[in-house]
Design a protein around this ligand. Structure first.
Ligand code: FBP
Length: 565
């Protein structure tokens, strides 16, 4: 190679820096069809919204009405649907923020909002989440600023955080930002806790004429409202990325013929991620936390189930396999759940936050009754300390940091040796979480989020407040809908107190997706029936697929989706 050619190559490689890889350049061009009501004569057009007869209400609606008097009254907990309009609002000033963990497609939400606002309205980006809202850390987003972030993964355009806006002082700081930037509306892109935050802010800001709209984001998939919000955005991308890696590992197992891989998958409490990856790859064992809770299984029963699969496969000459473990499983095993509940109350004690970890472990041990003391003492130190870690600002135990995959390996190893000492059992552990949260969105997430942005932007400039934006009818063109936030809120016990939060959607035992998994898992356990779905496809017919769990639960006839015309 001559020096000149090398220079050409080096310049070429340098041109990839700062998000200009050939892949990133190509995905910016993915076509983004839009819902019919948002288009007129081939151009974006801002619809209005009409109230439907459909009412959404969670348990304890009376309590919610008292806690959220303004938005409950404004929305009446009725669902809205988009309708075409001839008049587009002008002069509105809107701000958008990301809240919680990143999820693929967030940038398209911002792009959708920016474009539906058009040149006659102003959009501000709030830096680094709810904390940025309180600090008034905003910058103006121009129409051309969103071109470069289209279809890219991550939240880096704005950044995110998990601050809970809870006190009167917090709300006053939010109001100060609203007044400083003369905001007519705020859009909160977040999961269940962040949308709960949005509901509180919407209620507080109602007398100040500032609308607040939420957008359903989270890779966990636990923010769902039936057909109105069939899935939160980011789930499809994350599960397709995890499925690719799990598929590769499954392919390796009968090749190397020696390892059992224990893979923990992110997804906090719900097991939607684990279930989806199981449907896409067919591993030997998949734990579903909600099933463990429904069947009241003890830790040793769960371990027995894994150990029996290991021994049975060994009897057929298979000394390898994959076990999928949902991130939050530990909180669903009844005896550990009880321990977590006591630890939550304990952690809410005034002096606990300042105590060292060693002191917490000792004091917590003394605080327990005799059964729990035995259980806690029997847990590996790595689990004990994580149970006593500081909660996040919404009062959640940080389950992603609990090495449950190591716990299951340790206990399975012991039990397999008891069942049959001749069985070869060589375990390896993995945790897939951050690998999948920020990947470039799948086509489904790209199109879905762009349209969610259009819906959220249109709602806020129309002055609608206290709703979560939604896109329903994803297999037949899509419909822009608005779901009343106050209708989604219920009471949950966290950090030693009752809190009003949006109810998490967990895996239901009667759901078609779970039933299908249940009907196939024995076959997958007995022999290698895995499949390797490969990398996510952004072009061509395979790019057009929704998650399998979503298609099954919606009763769809195929995996395809159709948003736009
Ligand atoms: P969100 O609810 O904010 O969407 O969280 C998504 C998630 O990926 C969870 O699955 C996980 O428990 C959590 O974030 C871990 O987040 P972090 O380590 O960034 O706090």
């Amino acid at each position: 190679m001559t020096i000149t050619t090398e220079k050409v190559l080096v310049d070429h490689l340098i041109s990839f820096e700062s998000h200009q890889s050939p892949f990133e350049c190509a995905i910016r061009g993915i076509e983004l069809p839009v819902i019919a009501e948002f288009e007129r004569d081939g151009r974006l057009s801002c619809p209005d919204f009409k109230m439907t007869d459909r009412v959404v209400e969670a348990d304890g609606a009376e309590r919610t009405r008292t806690a959220f008097p303004n938005i409950s009254r404004l929305t009446g907990n009725h669902v809205l649907t988009a309708v075409q309009s001839d008049v587009a609002p002008k002069g509105k000033r809107v701000a958008v923020l990301f809240s919680g963990g990143p999820a693929a497609g967030g940038h398209n939400v911002v792009a959708g909002i920016r474009r539906i606002l058009g040149p006659d309205n102003t959009l501000f980006g709030i830096k680094a989440g709810p904390l940025g809202l309180m600090l008034g850390d905003c910058f103006e987003i121009g129409l051309s600023d969103v071109d470069g972030i289209l279809n890219t993964g991550g939240f880096d355009f704005l950044g995110s955080d998990r601050t809970k806006i809870k006190t009167a002082e917090d709300m006053a700081r939010v109001l100060a930002t609203v007044q400083k930037f003369k905001l007519d509306g705020i859009i909160v892109v977040g999961g269940d806790d962040s949308n709960t935050n949005a509901a509180f802010i919407a209620d507080y800001l109602a007398p100040h004429d500032c609308a607040v709209i939420g957008v359903p984001k989270t890779i966990d998939g636990d923010l769902q409202v039936g057909d109105l919000v069939p899935i939160s955005f980011g789930f499809d991308t994350a599960t397709k990325i995890y499925s690719e890696i799990v598929g590769n590992i499954l392919q390796d197992t009968p090749s190397s013929r020696k390892y059992w891989h224990f893979i923990k998958l992110m997804g906090r409490s719900a097991s939607h991620v684990a279930l989806e990856v199981a449907l896409q790859t067919h591993p030997a064992v998949t734990l579903i936390s909600e099933e463990i809770a429904a069947r009241n299984m003890t830790l040793s029963q769960v371990v027995e189930q894994i150990a029996e699969a290991v021994v049975a496969r060994a009897a057929s000459g298979i000394n390898h396999g994959v076990v999928l473990i949902p991130e939050g499983v530990i909180e669903f095993i009844p005896e550990i759940k009880a321990l977590v509940r006591v630890s939550n109350e304990f952690m809410a004690g005034d002096d606990v936050p300042t105590a060292s970890m060693a002191a917490r472990v000792q004091r917590f041990g003394n605080h327990l009754n005799s059964d729990m003391k035995i259980l806690f003492a029997g847990l590996p130190e790595s689990i004990q300390t994580k149970l006593l870690m500081d909660r996040d600002s919404h009062g959640n135990l940080q389950v992603s940091q609990i090495p449950s995959e190591e716990l299951f390996i340790e206990l399975t190893e012991k039990r397999v040796a008891e069942l049959d000492p001749a069985v070869k059992f060589a375990p390896l552990n993995h945790f897939f979480g951050y690998e999948g949260r920020c990947g470039a969105p799948t086509r489904f997430d790209a199109v879905y989020t762009y349209n969610l942005g259009l819906v959220a932007g249109a709602l806020v400039v129309r002055g609608k407040s206290g709703y979560m934006a939604g896109v329903s009818d994803i297999a037949s063109g899509g419909k822009g809908v608005a779901i009343p936030l106050s209708g989604l809120i219920t009471t949950e016990r966290r950090s030693g107190g009752d809190h009003m939060v949006i109810k998490k959607a967990l895996v239901e035992m009667e759901s078609p997706a779970f039933k299908f998994f249940e009907s196939r898992r024995e076959a997958w356990a007995k022999s290698d029936m895995f499949s390797s779905p490969g990398p996510r496809q952004l072009w061509g017919p395979l790019g057009n697929q929704v998650p399998m769990t979503v298609a099954l639960n919606l009763g769809a006839e195929s995996l395809g989706f159709l948003i736009g015309r």
